[in-house]
Design a protein around this ligand. Structure first.
Ligand SMILES: Cc1cc2nc3c(=O)[nH]c(=O)nc-3n(C[C@H](O)[C@H](O)[C@H](O)COP(=O)(O)OP(=O)(O)OC[C@H]3O[C@@H](n4cnc5c(N)ncnc54)[C@H](O)[C@@H]3O)c2cc1C
Length: 375
């Protein structure tokens, strides 16, 4: 039986980034159920960095990740992963409230028309978030995996955890193919499967719920769109951004509860996306070039979960990254590593309180609710 200090379940951005932070100190194995890492949520994102997204606590992780994404250490990558395009939060009336730390400015109607030609008259103004950028997700995920391997980390693809149990201070991990592995620490970075993996390891689930989000690549009868900003509405019912000269990536901002699965776009959600898009601009819709969907997984309070389980001190949660798992990955991985290795936090995350993201906040709360209910 192979022995490891740490086995990470899941080779998406969460597992890969945490792996790259610990592999130099722990003998680490990533087990990934699919044939390649990044098949699920990580490979299906809208690929943007938007600091205001996810509220003030998540914004701290995003902000702390920005310098790394802009200019990573030379040994990690020889180029940055961001391309700035800005985001316009459109409104018909009130401007949205964003976390105070985020740089923004108001754009009135005349300027809005220059940003988005043919925008319909009811969109009166917008809040511009100039720092919004595209993320080269494949390059970032690839760089995390490369750095992980360089430090001695190993990866087993097509290797699905079936169950794990504690025997004499170690985890015995059984894979679906009958292989057994041993490790001191087990990391749950299984994305939409986070609760199922916890249950398979005899650990209490934390109500991490996968929700489907749809993306559409749309060709329209309008050119010059490549550098169009990300455009969303203050009520959170759509977003789109320029992709090619006449193509856009569009989402109806859907959030449909789903079992963990290989998610696919449904026709009704594609139609809803186009309908909402047509309420913004009068550009003729020519065709749907492709559509896809992925699962964004949320804890009940919509904050990510990093830390050892309350009921099992060698089971480490790295889950619930919702719609911000890519843009927060550098800082979140550093925070996760300092908790897992019991080390001082890296200077870039020193001001972030990790207890906000602890799994214990969820178990304490459900206990409190149960007590409240009983009383
Ligand atoms: C449509 C869409 C748009 C998004 N847009 C953005 C964006 O613009 N910016 C941003 O920052 N984030 C965005 N996100 C969110 C981001 O993609 C996720 O937060 C992130 O990818 C989560 O990473 P992960 O590693 O936790 O999950 P995943 O990438 O899903 O990885 C989990 C892995 O665990 C594996 N696994 C599960 N069970 C087992 C098992 N039993 N044994 C072994 N392996 C197992 C799975 O096969 C999977 O590969 C978006 C998501 C979606 C769906």
């Amino acid at each position: 039986m192979s022995d490891f200090d740490t086995i990470i379940v899941g080779g998406g951005i969460a597992g890969a980034s945490l792996g790259s932070e610990i592999a130099g100190k722990h003998r680490t194995l990533i087990i990934e159920a699919e044939e390649y890492c990044g098949y699920h949520s990580t490979g299906r994102s809208a690929a943007f960095y938007l600091e205001s997204y996810g509220g003030p606590e998540v914004a701290k992780l995003s902000k702390a990740s920005r310098p790394f994404l802009d200019k990573p250490p030379r040994e990690f990558a020889d180029h940055g992963f961001l391309r700035t395009r800005g985001d316009l939060h459109l409104t018909r009336d009130e401007l949205p409230e964003l976390p105070r730390s985020v740089e923004t400015r108001v754009v009135e109607r005349a300027e809005l028309e220059r940003f988005i030609p043919d925008i319909k008259p009811e969109w009166r103004r917008a809040l511009l978030e100039p720092g919004c950028a595209d993320i080269d997700v494949a390059a970032l995920h690839g760089a995390f995996l490369r750095s992980y391997r360089k430090l001695g980390g190993t990866i087993a693809t097509s290797s699905r955890l079936a169950r794990a149990r504690r025997v004499a201070n170690a985890w015995i991990v059984d894979l679906v193919d009958g292989t057994s592995l041993r490790a001191s620490i087990l990391v749950n970075a299984a994305g939409a499967w986070a609760d199922s993996v916890a249950i398979a390891c005899g650990v209490a689930p934390l109500e991490v719920k996968p929700k489907r989000r749809t993306m559409v690549q749309l060709r329209v009868g309008k050119s010059g769109l490549k550098d169009l900003p990300l455009v969303d509405d203050a009520d959170g019912t759509f977003y789109f951004k320029g992709e090619g000269d006449r193509t856009l990536w569009l989402s109806p901002h859907d959030e449909i509860e789903s079992a963990p699965c290989d998610a696919a776009a449904e026709e009704i959600d594609v139609a809803t996306a186009i309908d909402r898009f047509q309420a913004v601009v009068s550009w003729p819709v020519e065709r749907v070039e492709r559509s896809w969907a992925g699962l964004r997984s949320f804890a009940p309070d919509r904050l990510p979960i990093y830390g050892f389980a309350a009921d099992e001190d060698c089971f480490f949660w790295c889950a619930g990254q919702g719609g911000f798992g890519i843009q927060t990955s550098p800082a979140a991985a550093k925070m996760g590593a300092s908790l897992l290795l019991s080390e001082e936090p890296h200077s870039t995350i020193k001001s972030i309180d990790p207890s906000v993201f602890s799994p214990k906040r969820l178990t304490d709360r459900s206990l409190q609710e149960k007590r409240g209910g009983a009383g």
